[in-house]
Design a protein around this ligand. Structure first.
Ligand code: IMP
Length: 210
């Protein structure tokens, strides 16, 4: 979007994450109107415990926890896999489903065990993002991608549950599809599109958003 020609300094936007991959993705999508940093650039920021029982609660905890410590925009996200036959599990417990936080192999192994004999293999990834400013939530956004679970892992790309998840309209798992395809379809991309749209309309009207 082109602005009105007035050059203004970029708005600071802090991401409540230490995941450099997410930071790069979000920086690329937001363009030049925002000066994006993340929790790695602010060693004094607190570690926020994700004690919520929904993605929104966890994303709020992170955004507000950081926003109380810094000015400007703060953006957080929380995401995971919801499986219909398991009543929405693993949901907010996606990263520790197999018993060890962040152990994707164990998480996938448990998921396959839980799915044995189940005919309904429908599932979705969900990502909720919260924008905050001066310690107050400004807006929240959700993106989902629907799909189905395989009976065994397929592909080497991606991370987490990607080897077991085939998005609707495709025959291959997220781990075997090209990264550009996943990054276009993903729950995070869809939530982020909404954030970018909101920020462009409300935060930077009159600026060149790249
Ligand atoms: P977080 O939002 O980065 O904390 O993600 C929580 C957990 O959800 C991850 O550890 C993964 O198990 C799962 N997850 C979230 N996004 C994806 C994805 O794009 N692919 C595969 N697994 C994901």
């Amino acid at each position: 979007m082109q602005g009105g020609g007035l050059m203004q300094p970029p708005e600071p936007l802090v991401l409540a994450t230490r995941n450099a991959h997410k930071t790069r993705e979000i920086r690329d999508m937001l363009g030049a109107a925002f000066e994006v940093s993340d929790a790695n650039d602010h060693p004094d920021f607190p570690e926020i415990e994700e004690t919520g029982s929904t993605f929104l609660e966890n994303a709020r905890l992170k955004a507000l926890g950081i926003s109380r410590r810094t000015g400007g925009w703060v953006l957080s996200d929380d995401s995971g896999l919801e499986v219909d036959a398991l009543g929405g599990a693993p949901g907010v417990w996606s990263s520790s489903y197999g018993g060890v936080e962040g152990d994707h192999a164990r998480n996938n192994a448990r998921l396959l065990r839980e799915m044995v004999g189940r005919a309904d293999r429908s599932a979705r990834f969900r990502c909720t993002m919260v924008l905050a400013r001066d310690g107050v939530e400004t807006a929240n956004f959700t993106g989902t991608v629907e799909g189905r679970l395989l009976e065994e892992p397929e592909g080497d790309g991606g991370f987490g549950y990607d080897p077991l998840f085939v998005p609707d309209g495709y025959d291959s798992s997220f781990a075997s599809l090209p990264a550009e395809v996943k990054n276009r379809l993903s729950h995070r991309a869809r939530a982020l599109e909404r954030v970018v749209d909101y920020l462009r309309r409300t935060a930077v009207s009159g600026k060149d958003c790249g």
